[in-house]
Write a protein of this length. Structure first.
Length: 153
């Protein structure tokens, strides 16, 4: 959510919403058929009541995924930016009722992106454990405890 509450706005129109914003590091950018995104509906009500969680079709006019993707160690993934410029999302694109996402976000902050830290900590621990096991010869095919092994260099 980029530290700016939601960073994406939605203006209510007949039959749906017109959405504008920019999402950063969007997993499966351009590959998935739909992208779920939080947005804040323009209006005067309290922000929680104006929160939306919308399903945006990747092929909708105004949706783009600009930029290159070639980060070291993640070339097999795609997480580019997603730009939403005057994208129409029909009412049927509401994943949750209006206000529900904001209430959930405010009430259960542990469901926020901070929960990813446990996943990354687990991946880091598994990587460390495998590396130590490999370098000490505990993995089949590992060169063993030979100090002249190129992998240890």
């Amino acid at each position: 959510m980029g530290g700016r509450r939601f960073g994406t706005t939605a203006r209510k129109v007949d039959g749906g919403y017109v959405v504008n914003g920019r999402k950063f590091f969007v997993s499966l950018a351009g590959a998935a058929p739909y992208f779920a995104t939080p947005a804040i509906r323009l209006g005067d009500e309290p922000w929680i009541e104006r929160t939306l969680y919308l399903k945006v079709p990747k092929d909708a006019p105004g949706v783009s995924f600009p930029g290159d993707w070639d980060p070291m160690g993640m070339r097999g993934t795609v997480s580019r930016d997603m730009v939403l410029k005057d994208v129409f999302v029909p009412d049927e694109g509401e994943v949750l009722p209006p206000g529900f996402f904001g209430a959930m976000y405010n009430t259960f902050p542990h469901l926020s992106p901070l929960t990813f830290s446990a996943t990354f900590l687990g991946i880091m621990q598994a990587s460390w454990d495998f590396t130590v096991a490999y370098l000490t010869g505990q993995i089949p095919g590992a060169p063993g405890l030979q100090t002249e092994a190129a992998t240890k260099g």
